[in-house]
Design a protein around this ligand. Structure first.
Ligand SMILES: *Cc1c(COP(=O)(O)O)cnc(C)c1O
Length: 300
């Protein structure tokens, strides 16, 4: 990982406003968006041990999966370039072949080979037979699943808990994270933290089972609370209310959030505070998981 040197520990700040003061809680933000310029946020934490494993295996090629705006593909492409590994991205939706997104353009510029597949084929991304065939077709690459979510990813994310404890000098009552695959939430839970996870996709109730499956081998995971009402219409969907919120947050706290994950999480967190979800004196560590490469131009 020498070539992927992170800025650790990532800074922690307290966020105080009228809402936190009425709720009587102390809210902190863990700036994992500052961990690395291109392998940002939770993707650095999740990739760390996966990439080490790939290197130890002697793999020279990494193959992974993602959508056309995927922060994970972006991070893998950048990491591959830093580490001298060839990368292959299997991208959902053949329509993107004709209009390349800025994310995929960046990936290609880093040297990633991009294969566009139909949405039907993409659905097979975790199917054992499909993966075996993919492994053979691309000459035995190291395969990392969508979002980088593996047991090794949990280990990387769990390190954030020890890091944060040392910074704070106490163990916060809750960590708050956005959830896509649930790997980041699972990593924090595996370290014993209680986690508030905000699904960024519609119908995210399946995340609970996915997270529990990832935690099967851990004896004392923390408590998970999953929130499914802050997706703003679904994955990568947003409305003016969310964008206004992100702009206001930036004005008040001088921190940029984005519209896919972190904006929805902070919106949800403040909403819970207003609704009296927390006890007076509760401490919450909200993780800025990064993702700013996908920021809407309107929010820049
Ligand atoms: C990928 C991503 C997530 C989702 O993480 P999971 O571990 O898949 O739940 C959250 N926030 C940002 C900014 C991301 O890029």
């Amino acid at each position: 990982m020498d070539l992927l040197v992170p800025s650790l520990p990532t800074p922690v700040f307290e966020i105080a406003n009228e809402i936190t003061s009425v709720a009587g809680v102390r809210l902190f933000i863990k700036r994992d968006d500052l961990i690395h310029p291109t392998v940002s946020g939770n993707k650095w934490r999740k990739l760390k041990y996966n990439l080490e494993d790939a290197k130890e295996d002697g793999s020279t090629t990494i193959l992974t999966f993602g959508g056309a705006f995927s922060n994970h593909l972006y991070a893998v492409a950048a990491a591959g370039k830093h580490l001298g590994l060839h990368t292959i991205g299997i991208v959902r939706g053949e329509d993107h072949k004709l209009r390349e997104t800025p994310t995929l353009q960046f990936c290609r510029e880093q040297g990633m080979s991009i294969r566009y597949v139909s949405r039907a084929e993409y659905k097979l991304r975790n199917d054992a037979a499909y993966l075996e065939e993919t492994y053979a077709r691309f000459k035995n690459p190291y395969i990392i699943p969508e979002g980088g979510t593996t047991g090794l990813a949990l280990k990387g994310v769990a390190e954030m808990v020890t890091e944060t404890d040392e910074q704070l000098g106490f163990f916060p009552d809750y960590y708050a994270v956005p959830a896509g695959t649930g790997g980041t939430a699972a990593g924090l839970l595996s370290a014993g933290a209680n986690v508030l996870a905000f699904s960024s996709l519609k119908g995210g109730t399946f995340l609970k089972d996915d997270i529990n499956r990832l935690l099967a081998e851990f004896e004392k995971p923390g408590r998970l609370s999953l929130f499914n009402d802050y997706h703003f219409g679904g994955y990568a969907k947003w409305n003016t209310e969310l964008l206004d919120f992100i702009n206001e947050f930036k004005r008040d706290h001088h921190i940029q959030l984005e519209q896919v994950y972190t904006g929805k999480m902070f919106y949800g967190l403040f909403d819970l505070m207003k609704k009296g979800y927390f006890l007076k004196g509760n401490t919450i560590m909200a993780v800025h998981t990064g993702g700013l490469q996908g920021l809407l131009p309107d929010l820049r």
